[in-house]
Design a protein around this ligand. Structure first.
Ligand code: SAH
Length: 396
């Protein structure tokens, strides 16, 4: 085994690692020992007395190391394969792998699977892999072999979609494409509903599997309601609402392409159903003209805050959006509202919804509090991993 570089921390900076938090910030680093460190290298992290703490991938940035092991062990094919296998076993334990009505799930969720920098979504035979660190990108062949070994016949192809996810200025030029097999089968099943997943051109890995259970919940609230699915992307919430017996369902997204896919997906599940209409339009522009039109509104916007510095502005954005929906919704209406910003806490989100209600002059009560499903596990030592927050509120 090649000699590894060692990164020595300043005194006192080992505390978070002793609590198994998987990040080392660059400000915590005192110095480097051993071979010259290159981005993507596996590095040993030592405390100020040079006692071993952890192993991880070295990154040039405010996070200097993302840790994947707290043991001083050999990192080889079987190490990574074992991690992927553990991840697979967790999905099996949560009933997702053997669920006949669902074949789309997240197989690897970064820190939540002790694999920081790696996201893998599985869609009916295809694993879509997204690397967020150079270290993970460099071992893509290893990851590919591990996936083949763990998934066996359930794996037809692996699509690498890391073009837009590598750190800024990283010295690699990833190209999106298949790294194993090839697949033209792009329809996956979720709770018995069909979805076209465009991993080659769509956002993220092509589909938002994290809303599976919340979409399913919509079904139970939809009967005889007039539904607005705002920020619909590929239309997920819409056809659950249709299956739940909604009166009408309107899907809105600013992206023309998203609206096209939404229409295709509705057609796949409810051919010719006149209850559904879809519009490519900006959220605020659309909602300005919807006074009293809907009694079930879903707001699932993109992350308004990607960084801690912009939390305040993001909260204002969320407040404005929620206030608008709360002003417009019919009385007795139900609002499903979400934030997928990692840096916004559950408390901040809830306070924001309450102040939006006050601004809109509506009385609201929380019916349910929502989060991400079991295939997006939260490492208890890395609470930042709990990124999806949602509330179902009843509006008088
Ligand atoms: N609810 C979806 C996921 C939403 S992702 C699902 O269940 O799959 C967020 C979506 O918001 C994206 O599709 C993006 O195109 C859309 N979006 C971003 N800004 C917007 C705006 N100003 N108005 C309307 N849609 C917008």
């Amino acid at each position: 085994m090649a000699e590894r570089s060692q990164l020595v921390l300043k005194q006192g900076k080992e505390q978070s690692l002793n609590r198994y938090h998987p990040w080392v910030f660059s400000g915590a680093v005192k110095g480097v020992k051993g071979p010259e460190l290159i981005e993507g290298d596996i590095v040993e992290v030592l405390d100020s007395e040079e006692k071993f703490l952890a192993l991880g991938h070295y990154i040039i940035g405010s996070i200097a190391v993302r840790v994947f092991s707290f043991k001083n062990e050999t990192i080889d094919q079987s190490f990574w394969q074992n991690k992927i296998e553990q991840a697979y076993n967790l999905r099996k334990a949560s009933g997702l792998v053997d669920d006949e009505s669902t074949n789309a799930y997240r197989l690897v969720h970064g820190e939540g699977d002790y694999l920081p920098g790696l996201i893998i979504d599985y869609y009916n035979g295809t694993a879509v892999v997204q690397m967020h660190t150079v270290g993970m990108y460099l071992i893509r062949d290893t990851i590919s072999k591990a996936l083949q070994a763990v998934l066996g016949d359930d794996l037809v192809s692996i699509f690498n979609k890391s073009e837009g996810t590598m750190p800024y200025k990283a010295d690699v030029e990833p190209v999106n494409g298949y790294i194993f097999g090839k697949s033209s089968e792009k329809v996956a099943l979720e709770n018995g509903l069909k979805f076209k997943v465009d991993w080659e051109r769509g956002q993220k890995t092509g589909f938002f599997v994290d809303q599976r259970e919340n979409r399913s919940l919509i079904e139970h609230y939809s009967k005889n309601r007039d539904v607005l699915n705002m920020f619909c992307y590929t239309g997920g919430f819409s056809f659950y609402a249709m299956r739940g017996g909604a009166n009408t369902v309107h899907s809105v997204d600013s992206s023309e392409r998203a609206i096209e896919i939404t229409k295709d997906n509705v057609e796949l599940n409810f051919p010719g159903d006149k209850r559904h209409e879809a519009y490519a339009m900006d959220a605020f522009k659309y909602m300005n003209k919807t006074k009293g039109k809907y009694d079930l509104i879903i707001l699932d916007p993109p992350a308004f805050a990607k960084h801690i510095n912009v939390v305040k502005n993001a909260l204002q954005g969320y407040r404005r959006l929620n206030a608008k929906a709360l002003e417009q919704i019919r009385s007795g209406g139900i609002l499903f509202t979400f934030s997928c910003s990692q840096v916004i806490s559950k408390e901040q989100f809830r306070t924001m919804v309450f102040s939006a209600a006050a601004r809109a002059g509506r009385k609201v009560r929380i019916l349910q509090q929502l989060t991400q499903p079991a295939d997006h596990p939260v490492d208890i030592y890395h609470p930042e991993g709990e990124y999806l927050k949602g509330l179902v509120v009843y509006v008088e």
